[in-house]
Design a binder for this molecule. Structure first.
Ligand code: 13P
Length: 283
């Protein structure tokens, strides 16, 4: 059974750890992540971007696949299926109607007024259906699904306003992390993080969780981050091992063997992140 993120994030907030959000790209990744989280007894949020939704043939295909896999693999940990960076109210509603248990409305590129308006509409629709909502304020930059954009730190007063006027369940303020590979060291603003946490009292979400030094992640969890979004780190370790496998065996052509050659790398990375976030044994 899939659940929303309410209980898992509130528990993380109370007990001082963070729940990992891993983006899924296909059936195999979903299995690698679920199996590892089950062994480590960590709750998990499976994130699906709009690009990944398109690649995996729509929200319903993803929902049915994840639900069936949870059943077939006898997964007992809490699992949420989450729309990552929903770009419109319609997209969020579509994910909810297809059985997603959590959505992110990312209206961060609009004015704060418009962000509040769109987020509120999603919250009303979602909460009537027992679905949780994450929203973004400021703008997490970087590169996602091949699109590059600029980072803009969240303003504390805007974060407080978005939280107060919408009834969201979690908040992703832009705090210095970016999506994709970092060009230099990320400059996370911990003072801003703490202030936003105190003012909103919400579980905070840090996007662009790949490539941030471990010490900064630990400090973020202390300052109120309850959900860390990770995508690129898994892609990098998977691609490295698959490339090596193909280079070493010029005759292999079975796609199952090729995709599987990156299985251990993903599982090791997932486990590493679970321990970093201290979510092991919390399910
Ligand atoms: P990374 O690809 O940098 O890990 O970011 C993932 C993310 O924030 C998804 O929302």
């Amino acid at each position: 059974m899939l659940e929303n993120t309410k209980k898992m994030l509130e528990k993380a907030k109370t007990e001082g750890y963070a729940v990992p959000h891993f983006n899924i790209n296909n059936l195999e990744w979903t299995r690698f992540i679920l199996e590892t989280c089950e062994i480590e007894k960590s709750p998990v949020i499976l994130g699906v971007s709009e690009g990944a939704k398109k690649y995996m043939v729509g929200f319903s295909t993803v929902t049915e696949m994840v639900k069936a896999m949870v059943k077939e693999l006898n997964i007992t940990i809490p699992v949420a299926l989450h729309l990552d960076h929903g770009s419109s109210v319609e997209s969020c509603k579509e994910a909810i109607d297809a059985g997603f248990t959590s959505v992110m409305i990312d209206a961060s590129k609009y004015s704060v007024e418009e962000n509040v308006k769109m987020t509120r509409e999603v919250v009303m629709y979602a909460h009537e259906r027992n679905v949780t909502v994450e929203a973004e304020i400021g703008h997490v930059g970087g590169e996602e699904d091949g699109v590059a954009d600029e980072l803009a730190y969240a303003k504390v007063e805007d974060a407080a306003r978005l939280a107060k006027e919408t009834g969201i369940d979690s908040l992703a303020p832009a705090l210095g992390s970016v999506h994709g590979i970092y060009k230099g060291e990320p400059k996370l603003d911990f003072e801003r993080m703490k202030k936003i946490q105190e003012l909103t009292n919400l579980p905070l979400v840090l996007h662009g969780g790949s490539g941030i030094p471990d010490e900064l992640i630990k400090q973020s969890v202390i300052c109120g981050i309850c959900k860390l979004n990770i995508n690129t780190d898994l892609q990098l370790v998977w691609a490295k091992d698959v490339r090596k496998f193909l280079n070493e065996d010029q005759t292999v052509y079975d796609p199952r063997k090729i995709i599987k050659s990156g299985e251990q790398a993903i599982k090791d990375k997932v486990k590493e992140k679970i321990y970093l976030l201290n979510s092991n044994g919390r399910a």
